[in-house]
Write a new protein. Structure first.
Length: 167
């Protein structure tokens, strides 16, 4: 008898990843519906793959963050538009306004530190170490993302799903 589970013919990992990304879409959609107002102390760190299909960021930001970047939605953002596939938002980087378009499939982490809630997603390429990522530094935002993304031993609500890929 073997301890190796049988291969699944149902793509559970893809289904779960899609459902968790829908949580991000629903939360951002509620913010969009409220006119871009975040309730209470809520704010979001969103990490995404800059080279993923459908991602649109200004060339200078893509050059600074060729693989992955983290943005903060808190005080200074505008024109948040959420669709079934992703979102677009205006942010300021070093006093320069920029419009970003991010498909939900490109997101690797979503964190709301106000309530110790976080979601991590399987990277679209090889596994990445999210703790080593540095926030993009959009103007006027907090800078505490890296330690909050993966920490759950303090009782925070971080959900990380990794079904492991066969090699």
């Amino acid at each position: 008898m073997t301890d190796t589970p049988p291969d699944s013919l149902i793509p559970y990992d893809e289904i779960v990843q899609e459902a968790l990304r829908a949580v991000v879409g629903r939360v951002l959609g509620q913010v969009e519906t409220s006119g871009g107002e975040l309730p209470g102390a809520h704010h979001f760190y969103i990490t995404f793959k800059t080279g993923a299909p459908g991602v649109s960021v200004p060339p200078d930001l893509r050059q600074r963050f060729p693989d992955e970047m983290t943005i903060v939605l808190q005080n200074k953002f505008w024109d948040l538009i959420v669709t079934d596939e992703g979102f677009s938002v205006g942010l300021s980087f070093n006093q320069i306004p920029a419009k970003l378009e991010v498909p939900f499939a490109a997101i690797t982490a979503f964190v709301d530190p106000a309530v110790d809630f976080g979601l991590q997603f399987q990277a679209t390429s090889e596994d990445e170490d999210l703790e080593s990522q540095v926030p993009a530094g959009n103007d006027g935002e907090e800078r505490e993302v890296a330690s909050r993304i993966t920490s759950s031993e303090d009782g925070s609500n971080v959900v990380s799903v990794d079904f492991g890929k066969k090699k």
